[in-house]
Design a protein around this ligand. Structure first.
Ligand SMILES: [Zn+2]
Length: 65
């Protein structure tokens, strides 16, 4: 992976951090979860999440009644 635009950052999405400390859109990547946490772009508040992948993941794991 190459990063040509290190200083240029897109608007950050807020990812959902689950109770096990993993991001919902990338549950297998603990590194990503850690990074998101450190950078303050992870939240445990469902309503605050803006990452579309996380929202999708949350929806699919949410118990349907
Ligand atoms: Zn996400």
């Amino acid at each position: 992976m190459t990063s040509q635009h290190r200083t240029r950052r897109k608007k950050r999405d807020l990812h959902f951090l689950d109770s096990e400390g993993r991001v919902a859109c990338n549950p297998r990547d603990r590194e990503a979860a850690h990074r998101a946490e450190v950078e303050g772009i992870a939240t445990e508040t469902r309503s605050a999440v803006t990452c579309k992948k996380c929202l999708d993941a949350m929806r699919s794991t949410e118990p349907i009644e």
